[in-house]
Design a protein around this ligand. Structure first.
Ligand code: BTN
Length: 263
């Protein structure tokens, strides 16, 4: 007789926590803390960042007190080739947290959270930055650390012209405290991270269900690399979280890049 696989509850996140007024970047703060031995779930939250970072080496700017700016130290039980699932889990967790406030979110691969913008179309509500490192030799003896950052626009009423951005306030009409989505985000992240570790197909299906552009023609750009864009039909996600694109030369998996919002 086959025994059911024992399932332990998701490991809680958010403890211990550091709440800071101003910091360079919560990523740097959390990375230093991780190097000093911070446990899984250690969390850094800031009201303001003076050197916030985004993906592809870009800066991430947010007016003080208007956004949720958080980095979490994660020690996922995942092999190096599946660490991209952490970023996908985080994007999905942020989307689910935002939906709890009345937003109707979608995801743009790999982990941009989109919601209704000031002009009605979809715009960026939140961004995820996952910085992974591996210590202690090859799997399974080594261990992964991911510093997971989330910038979620909460209270903004407008953004600079030309920026396709939105906030929870614009998308839902509700003005909530910038820290209100923190608990729901960490709760959903704990659940989705456990799924990444134990049932990755369920996580991938949940992400894919929210993904914009599936079945449509899109370009994937590779900012800062000089690599030519890949153009094709978005087929879905591969088991390691890569984006599967059907091109004239056949299907290929893209592991890092930026998908255009429209075809
Ligand atoms: C992106 O480019 O979309 C990712 C943006 C991630 C921004 C957050 S804000 C909190 C954390 N600290 C940082 O410096 N970056 C991340």
């Amino acid at each position: 007789m086959r025994r059911p696989v024992p399932s332990s509850p998701p490991r809680p996140l958010g403890h211990p926590a550091r709440l800071l007024a101003t910091v360079g970047s919560t990523m740097a703060e959390a990375a230093t803390w991780a190097a000093e031995g911070a446990e899984h779930g250690a969390t850094v939250v800031a009201e303001e960042q003076t050197a916030g970072r985004g993906r592809h080496g870009r800066a991430w700017t947010a007016a003080p007190g208007e956004s949720l700016l958080v980095s979490v130290v994660l020690r996922p039980a995942l092999p190096p080739e599946r660490l991209a699932l952490v970023g996908l889990a985080a994007g999905l967790a942020a989307a689910e947290a935002a939906d709890g406030f009345g937003a109707a979110t979608r995801l743009k691969w790999p982990n941009d959270v989109l919601a209704e913008g000031p002009e009605g179309g979809l715009a960026k509500l939140a961004g995820v930055l996952a910085e992974a490192s591996w210590t202690g030799g090859p799997a399974p003896s080594g261990r992964a650390t991911v510093v997971l950052g989330l910038g979620l626009n909460v209270r903004q009423t407008a953004f600079p012209r030309g920026l396709a951005a939105t906030s929870l306030r614009i998308a839902t009409g509700r003005d909530v405290d910038r820290l209100a989505p923190l608990g729901p985000f960490l709760d959903r992240l704990a659940v989705r991270l456990a799924e990444a570790e134990r049932a990755p197909d369920a996580l991938l299906a949940a992400v894919e269900a929210r993904l914009v552009g599936v079945g449509e023609a899109r370009a994937v750009r590779f900012p800062g690399t000089g690599r030519a864009p890949v153009v094709g039909v978005v087929l879905g996600l591969a088991g390691d979280g890569a984006l599967r694109i059907g091109t004239d030369a056949g299907a290929l998996n893209v592991h890092a890049g930026e998908v255009t919002l429209a075809g």
